[in-house]
Write a protein that binds this ligand. Structure first.
Ligand code: NAI
Length: 343
């Protein structure tokens, strides 16, 4: 059996807790992976003197894949986001974030099954800021045809590969005519010139789009967004299906992929053993399926299926962490998943 070396970046706050629970479940599922641990974030600053050590980047470049916990970024001061740097340095241009209702997790909405595809390398989210003079600052929104085109291609290709029917671009091209204007023009061009016209396509101005999402998220399928809009809407969409504890994610480029939950380091609950490990576990399941898709290793897909069925069963049996209305801690939930794999 082939074993895949995967870089594990536990991250900050609840990161090490959810990473430990996740790796325990993957071990029990006999997933064909071997972890190579490296650090990023405050954890790396403390041990290696920088938030994103070159060694960590080189390790991902060498193995091609990483599973990453959240990294803390100071608000309104301090160092540039590790996540922004990591995505840029490895050119992980497509964030893929599936949002689906889960069995046993009751929310205000039913039948939600959408995927947020977020451009991950440019836009206002890059945080390119400058003080012009005292009391006057600027924030630069950079958009390129290359990045807008490749993310549109990723969204249509994703829709095609997964049998999805519609791609919706949410934008503000009525105001940002050049940057967001180019984003939608590139999406139209990719659809028309690269043979995706069988996939339904719509453009929605994002403020009205937010209202439509909240009224009825089931009317959406694949959402294509630039970086900052994708960041905000990912968390909004998490709220439809149970919150940040249940939304996985992948950051995918042409050469490397880093899988991580949408949530952050959750300082309010860090160290208490109560964080929901499901979002990172689901990200690991995405990674195992990605290994099967890109390296043809079906044992990886089998482990992914085993884990997915087990966590769905656990949730159906009401084995849940506190964020979902249950009482289990991080490790207890991992054990509940592992027990269901043995059935
Ligand atoms: P957050 O996602 O860390 O927390 C928001 C709320 O959701 C908190 O109440 C938290 O307790 C809850 N929550 C999040 N994940 C949970 C889980 N797995 N189980 C149960 N409850 C969970 O967002 P916040 O507070 O805005 O950011 C905290 C830090 O995380 C910041 O430094 C931010 O920059 C960083 N961050 C890092 C990300 C990454 O590394 N990919 C993504 C988002 C934020």
């Amino acid at each position: 059996m082939t074993t895949h070396q995967i870089v594990l970046i536990p991250g900050d706050g609840i990161g090490p807790e959810v990473a430990a629970a996740t790796t325990r479940v993957l071990k029990a599922a006999e997933a064909p992976v071997e972890w190579v641990e490296h650090h990023a974030g405050i954890a790396a600053l403390e041990t290696e003197g920088e938030v994103l050590p070159e060694q960590t980047l080189d390790a991902v470049r060498e193995r091609g894949l990483a599973l990453k916990g959240p990294c803390t970024t100071p608000v309104g001061e301090g160092f540039t986001s590790v996540n922004v740097q990591l995505r840029k340095r490895l050119d992980l241009y497509a964030a893929v974030r599936p949002v689906r209702n889960l069995p046993g997790v009751r929310t205000r909405y039913e039948g939600v099954d959408l995927v947020v595809i977020r451009e991950n390398t440019e836009g206002l989210y890059s945080g390119i800021e400058n003080e012009v003079t005292q009391g006057v600052v600027t924030s630069l929104k950079v958009a390129t045809e290359r990045a807008s085109t490749r993310i549109a291609h990723a969204a249509f290709r994703y829709a095609r590969d997964r049998g999805r029917e519609k791609v919706t671009v949410m934008h503000k091209a009525n105001i940002m005519k050049m940057t967001d204007g180019m984003f939608i023009r590139c999406a139209r061009a990719v659809r028309e010139s690269e043979g995706f016209t069988d996939i339904e396509y719509e453009e929605v101005i994002i403020d009205a789009g937010c209202m439509k999402l909240v009224q009825d998220p089931t009317q959406f399928d694949v959402l294509l967004l630039e970086n900052l809009y994708g960041d905000v809407l990912s968390d909004l969409c998490a709220g439809f299906v149970g919150g940040l504890g249940v939304i996985p994610g992948a950051n995918i480029g042409d050469d490397y992929a880093v899988f991580e939950a949408v949530h952050g380091s959750a300082p309010d609950i860090a160290g208490k053993g109560v964080a929901n490990p499901l979002a990172l576990l689901m990200s690991a399941v995405m990674m195992l399926n990605h290994i099967a898709d890109t390296r043809g290793d079906e044992s990886s897909r089998a482990s992914a299926t085993l884990i997915r069925e087990a966590y769905n069963q656990a949730l159906s049996d009401d084995a849940k962490t506190r964020d979902l209305g249950g009482e289990l801690g991080t490790e207890e939930f991992a054990s509940a998943v592992i027990e269901r794999m043995a059935r």
